[in-house]
Design a binder for this molecule. Sequence first.
Ligand SMILES: Nc1ncnc2c1ncn2[C@@H]1O[C@H](COP(=O)(O)OP(=O)(O)OP(=O)(O)O)[C@@H](O)[C@H]1O
Ligand SMILES: [Mg+2]
Length: 268
Amino acid sequence: METGFKMHRIALINMKGGCGKTTIATSLAAYYASVGLKSSLTDYDSQGSSLDWLKHRDIDKPTIYGIDAYNRNKATTLSWQLRPPADTQVSIIDTPAGLNLEVLRKIIEQSDTLLIPVMPSAIDIQAAVRFIEILLIQGKARAKGKNIGIIANRIHSRTLAYQTLKKFIARLDIPLIARFRGVQCYIHAIDKGIGIHESTEKQAFRELYQWDKLIRWLDQCNPHKAHPHPSPSVANKLQGDLERRDDKPLAAHKLTHEQPADKSQAGK
Ligand SMILES: Nc1ncnc2c1ncn2[C@@H]1O[C@H](COP(=O)(O)OP(=O)(O)OP(=O)(O)O)[C@@H](O)[C@H]1O
Ligand SMILES: [Mg+2]
């Protein structure tokens, strides 16, 4: 991919499948397009889930340029095939599970910022430990000056699994940028070809405070600093208050293994 463009290249990576790479990549691309930035979405996955999402996207929604990085187009060079349009400002890269080292290195090279979604289960945490080791040691992501952040995805705040994930992240020298709840609106958004900011579901609205944190962090990582994110809306601030209420001191709550202690959260 051409590196001379004034764009921020953001990759969603984790060798573990099903942790939310495509869900977050598509919502990010939709968000940037909706605030008027030229956005592209590159799909390295043979399943083509991001490009499928794009196909479901209504024509009247803000445009996102899709790039198929998996199926090689023999009529052109690889670098041309992977090249977003020249005026692209944000390039989102969705990657598959089980990346091999060669492709991982290529994606690190082609990105400014690496986002690692991790789900709060023992298996996912162990897989994340292994992946981050590979990313830092063999991929030399930090040595190459890449921004690296973790997203806790599909969490239920007051579960033991989430507390274990938080402890694991605290031990790493990688920031936890945002935490998204396990809620149906993400699944619905994928089905409809929309991003979480475009969803009218109440659950989606409650997620926006965490998305705002992610987007602010990404703004700081933007190597060109050319397109600052609009300041958060009053609505988002209200959502922040709601979120903080969810963050009541843990000692006050009985921790459970997987089910949220707050029954009102169950099944959301
Ligand atoms: N925060 C969330 N809440 C509820 N469901 C979610 C959330 N994030 C992702 N999902 C769902 O989890 C499943 C896996 O998510 P997704 O496809 O984004 O993961 P992935 O990392 O891209 O998977 P793969 O490695 O197979 O490409 C999907 O059905 C998606 O709708
Ligand atoms: Mg995927």
